[in-house]
Ligand binder design. Sequence first.
Ligand SMILES: N[C@@H](CCC(=O)N[C@@H](CS)C(=O)NCC(=O)O)C(=O)O
Length: 222
Amino acid sequence: MNDLRLVIGNKNYSSWSLAPWLLLNMHDVEFEEIQVALYQDNTAEKLGPYSPSLKVPVVQHHDVTVWDSLSICEYLSEEVLLGAGWPAGAKRRATARSVSAEMHSEFPNLKRDWPMNCSAKVAMKPSDALRDEIARIDAIWSCCRRRYGENGHYLFGRFSIADCYMASVAIVFESYGAELSAEANAYKETLLDNPFVQKWILAGQQEEREAQGERIKLTSVG
Ligand SMILES: N[C@@H](CCC(=O)N[C@@H](CS)C(=O)NCC(=O)O)C(=O)O
């Protein structure tokens, strides 16, 4: 164990938590995983000792605390992975950083209308605004695969932080039935076939079944 702790939220819902979790798992880095259930009366109290923003994900590494998923992925790449989080080559790295930052900060309609829910499988008609955002993501995926994907099946060939940001989007597109081009759909399938993404989805679904079981128990007692 290299004194690395990652605090995450519910696997079923916490798309931001998935990004650094996937990065660490794909690089076979040992870390302590701490899970805090979100949106409970005691969530802030439980996150307080770890997270200055009272949000997840957050990383503690020796005496360093890093919050916000993109800063965390940057930090992990720099301090733990010796730079291997990003693709090799300045041009690829710049594009990978740009699409990751775009995913992180843009797409308000996607984030609001189609939130990640690993247990959901329901076709949902997108609004016009959401349709435009899906088309933009499709263009990013197809264009990066065509220009930079020659050495593998991920966005820039081999796995990178950019894929960590697209994994939750692949889950969301699968849940709600986004219509994609053949190229973008193939990339979505690559992400959904990733063994760690599958592990995350199954854990999220299991969590949700347990939470529902608890809710049913409480209703029948009350
Ligand atoms: N921009 C932040 C977003 C963090 C965020 O909103 N996390 C959600 C869970 S996915 C959270 O902690 N929500 C708890 C709350 O808002 O009380 C990041 O990339 O880490």
